[in-house]
Design a protein around this ligand. Structure first.
Ligand SMILES: [Zn+2]
Length: 244
């Protein structure tokens, strides 16, 4: 599933169509496609893992789910197109994603301050929300999109390793300084992820995700499904502290 930084890259890739009119629509999406014809894109936005195509009075919300993808100005062979938007200067193709209309002002649908990559990101708000979930495991909390919109499993694993916290730590037992660092790191790492992904070198920079040996301890990194969300974690039990 594409995480927040990958959606920023989608937004950059389609910037050429901002202000342009849709002259043709097709695809297997069940939405009312005729509504899009002759509409001008007023803006492209993102919120966490949601990619938003904004028009006058409504927005198309695209969620790439597990296997969704896109192509710009070309069609992927052998993949059914969920939605094609054709403009005078090119086309956007979306595959295997969920597409939905959101009515009215987009600002009424989203709280931008919960998106770790948004200029309006509010870390104090994230801290208040974490404190309100004292018994939750930190690995589950980091994946909550209404606290850390955009953070996915890779970002979760990398930042927990960086701040030396075991994914199964219970929030109420974590020192406040650790929580603060973790919240800061969710934004810092997301922007590093963006730059590395832009340069096709993301995996090279992974320290924990899919790794077998801890670089700090030279000891095995264990792989475990953790939390209620039961997602893959990569843990060095020597240097990542378990606040149980
Ligand atoms: Zn270690």
């Amino acid at each position: 599933m594409p995480e927040g930084p990958s959606i920023i890259l989608v937004k950059e890739a389609v910037a050429q169509f901002k202000g342009k009119e849709i002259i043709m629509v097709s695809g297997n999406s069940k939405i009312d496609q005729s509504r899009l014809l002759n509409q001008k894109v007023t803006d492209f936005k993102s919120w966490g893992k949601h990619f938003l195509i904004c028009f006058n009075g409504f927005t198309l919300r695209v969620h790439f789910l597990m296997f969704g993808s896109y192509s710009i100005n070309e069609k992927k062979p052998d993949r059914p197109i969920r939605l094609n938007l054709t403009f005078e200067n090119g086309e956007i193709n979306l595959y295997s994603c969920s597409i939905k209309y959101l009515e009215g002002d987009i600002n009424t649908h989203y709280d931008w301050s919960t998106d770790v990559m948004n200029d309006q990101w509010d870390k104090k708000k994230a801290k208040v929300k974490l404190k309100a979930l004292p018994n939750k495991l930190i690995c589950d909390a980091l994946l909550e999109q209404d606290i850390f919109a955009g953070v996915g499993n890779i970002i979760k694993n990398e930042i927990l390793y960086r701040v030396r916290v075991h994914p199964e730590s219970v929030i109420k037992n974590m020192p406040t300084t650790k929580i603060n660092t973790l919240i800061d790191e969710s934004r810092i790492y997301s922007f590093q992820f963006l730059e590395w992904k832009r340069n096709f070198e993301l995996k090279k920079h992974w320290l924990a995700h899919t790794k077998k040996i801890c670089l700090r301890c030279n000891m095995p990194i264990i792989r475990k499904q953790t939390g209620i969300k039961n997602r893959r974690s990569f843990i060095c039990t020597n240097c990542q502290i378990l606040y149980r």
